[in-house]
Structures are given as C-alpha cells and as structure tokens.
Design a protein around this ligand. Structure first.
Ligand SMILES: *Cc1c(COP(=O)(O)O)cnc(C)c1O
Length: 366
C-alpha cells in the first residue's frame, strides 16, 4: 500500500478513519437468546396462521432475480390508506426510519450545520449527526421529562439548527410534551422540525395535521413498533418541496422486493396489527399499576414501554436479577443524568408481563 508500507494495520486505520468514528461505540444490541424480550419495543404477537400462509404465498410469487420497484407505489398506496395520509403530501420510504434520519441529516450536511434534539432522547439522532460530521446540540428536558422551552428556544436562537428532532411520544421517557411547548419550539425554528411518531400506534395524539399549519414540519413514522420491526420500513410525510430534494439521496432500491411484498400484504391487514397494539395499550395500563404497587416510580407512558425509577437505588441490581430470571429489559441508569436509577420495560404479552412482575416480587422478598 504505497506510503503505508511501513505502517501497521492499526496505524493505517488510525490514519484513515475519522477520529470521531473511531471514538464511537457500535449500537449495542444485547443477546436475548432464550429470554423474555422486553427491551426493544417490539410487538410480541405473531400473525394468525391463515395470514402467515397467505403472506408466504405472496413471497413465493416475488421475482428475486429482478430489482425492486424503485418507488414502491403499492407500499405507499397501502400506507396512505392505512394512515389516512392526504394526497397533498408526499411519502418517502426508508429502510427503517433510521435510514430516513440519515437521509435528512445528509440533506442538510453543509459545513457548520447543526442538528438539535431534546435529551434524554432517541440515540440515533446524535449517532447519525456524528457519522456525517454535523454539529449536534442536546437540550436537556426538565426533571419531569417535560420540555425546557426556554432552554430550547435559547439554543435554537443561538445555534440556528438546520434540523430539529422531536419524538412524540418520546423514547426513552414515553411521554407526550405539551402542545403549546411544541408550537413555541416549531415557531422559533428556522430549520426543519421532524416530529418522529415511532410510537403512534400507542399514542393518543397524531401530528399529521400539523403539516397543514407549518411549512417546515415533517412527520416521520415506522412500521417497526406496530409489529414489523424485522421488515425495516419507515416513512417520511411532508410537503413535496422538501421530499423531492431528500428523495435524491435515497438509494434507488432501498426497499427490497421481499419488504415491498410483505408491507403491501401487512397493510391490507393493518387492522390485525392495530388490534394487537390495542391489547398492548391495555397491558401497559395493567403493567403500570403493578409496577406502582411494587413501589417503583412509574412515569406516564403513551408508548409500548414504561419508564420506571427505582427509589431504592437498585436499578442495576434489579436489571441483573431479571436477567437471571431470563427476562431482558433496558437499564438506562448511567446513560444520562436525568435517567438516574431508571429502567425501561417494553410491554409484552400478558404472560410475559406477569412473569416480569413475579420476578420483581421475588427480588423484594429475598
Ligand atoms: C424505534 C425508534 C425509531 C426507529 O425505528 P426504525 O423504523 O425501526 O428504524 C425512530 N425513532 C424513535 C424515537 C424510536 O424509538
């Protein structure tokens, strides 16, 4: 390798790979084999058997030797129908909404451009900003996880972010922010404001109509949390003027043949997923009451997970105790100062939730 002939491989890596990339840790995914999986906001339910066989038939009819349709019109039509998306707005598809976050960041990545998000929040906003060499500004939420509007507006005025992410409901806190606070932030922003509705199937609020009111707002959604996490399909909804530009950055075949066939099929049976989400919402209420009875501090949730704080300062010990009982949740303690002694628990099936509560009761009685 020319000049690098006397360099070790480690030295070549150090020379060529950007320092901020070398400093990153790869996105951590815990090994969950054999465990009750309550860590990743997945829908735990399967499809009814007849649906599975109809779906398999669709897959059998796919032409894997052909490139996929570059714009997946059947998927988009299915999404428009299932989510009542007006024709006045464009829809852009991503390989998960993670890819859409990346496309948005790429679109604004000029020298000095800034991405802003409240924290604690979804970690991919910061990760992707870093991948692309963008400046990233975090503004802390208040202790009760409401927005610190004054701090947000001060940061917006000082930093002029090109892109602001507002997850509603927020991950990992699970709450919705006051509408007035959101309006104040959107009105203060000269950049694009993305409302990330990843948890819409579990939420009491939908922000699609905010697109009518604000030219600089985009709405991002995903099928992951509703029950298709393995498929990797996210969508961005907004004015054609924005989406026309962002679409140029999309790889032409980012939604593969199997995903297109599966999503088209799933959207024709979207009511099945919605019923499952309704069951999970009911289970969420049960789980929150049971967690409160165990004297944990339970935060309000509009998502398919519950954030709790351990007043006895034993979050890590509880997490490890559950792991020994083959139950995997997410320990957030140490991740952000506002998440001190916090655990995030994804809502599972009734039997899984009961197993969790029983394991927590067992911990208290030893
Ligand atoms: C899970 C999640 C996403 C990512 O969803 P994918 O479509 O699976 O990439 C986006 N935003 C938030 C806030 C999430 O929690």
């Amino acid at each position: 390798m020319g000049d690098s002939v006397n360099m070790t491989l480690d030295q070549q890596v150090t020379r060529l790979i950007r320092p901020e990339i070398r400093a990153l840790q790869a996105y951590p995914v815990a090994d969950a084999s054999g465990m009750i999986k309550l860590d990743a906001m997945e829908n735990p339910y399967q499809w009814p058997e007849e649906l599975v066989s109809d779906w398999q038939q669709r897959l059998a009819d796919c032409d894997l030797n052909r490139y996929p349709h570059p714009t997946a019109p059947e998927v988009i039509a299915g999404l428009r129908q299932a989510m009542a998306i007006p024709d006045t707005y464009d829809v852009l598809l991503g390989n998960g909404s993670d890819e859409i976050i990346q496309l948005l960041a790429m679109a604004v990545a000029q020298p000095g451009a800034t991405v802003l998000a409240p924290e604690p929040g979804f970690v991919m906003y910061k990760m992707i900003a870093t991948y692309l060499g963008l400046r990233y500004v975090a503004v802390n939420l208040q202790a009760d996880f409401s927005l610190d509007v004054e701090a947000m507006i001060a940061a917006i005025n000082a930093q002029q972010p090109a892109l602001i992410f507002l997850a509603q409901p927020n991950n990992p806190t699970g709450n919705l922010w006051a509408e007035d606070d959101l309006h104040a932030i959107i009105q203060a922003s000269q950049g694009i404001v993305v409302i990330d509705e990843a948890y819409l199937p579990f939420s009491s609020r939908n922000h699609l109509s905010w697109l009518d009111r604000y030219e600089h707002v985009l709405v991002m959604r995903t099928l992951s949390k509703a029950g298709l996490a393995g498929l990797r399909l996210g969508l961005l909804i907004g004015r054609p003027a924005w989406l026309h530009e962002i679409n140029k950055l999309r790889m032409p075949y980012n939604i593969n043949v199997l995903t297109q066939a599966s999503a088209t099929f799933a959207l024709q049976h979207y009511d099945v997923l919605q019923e499952q989400c309704e069951l999970l919402r009911q289970q969420r209420e049960w789980l929150m009451l049971e967690l409160e009875r165990l004297s944990l501090i339970v935060f309000p949730s509009e998502a398919n997970f519950v954030l709790v704080r351990c007043p006895d300062h034993n979050a890590r010990a509880l997490f490890e105790h559950l792991q020994q009982h083959k139950i995997l949740i997410k320990c957030l303690d140490g991740g952000h100062p506002l998440l001190d002694q916090c655990l995030r628990i994804t809502v599972g099936k009734p039997l899984e939730n009961r197993a969790l509560i029983e394991a927590l009761q067992a911990y208290r009685s030893v």
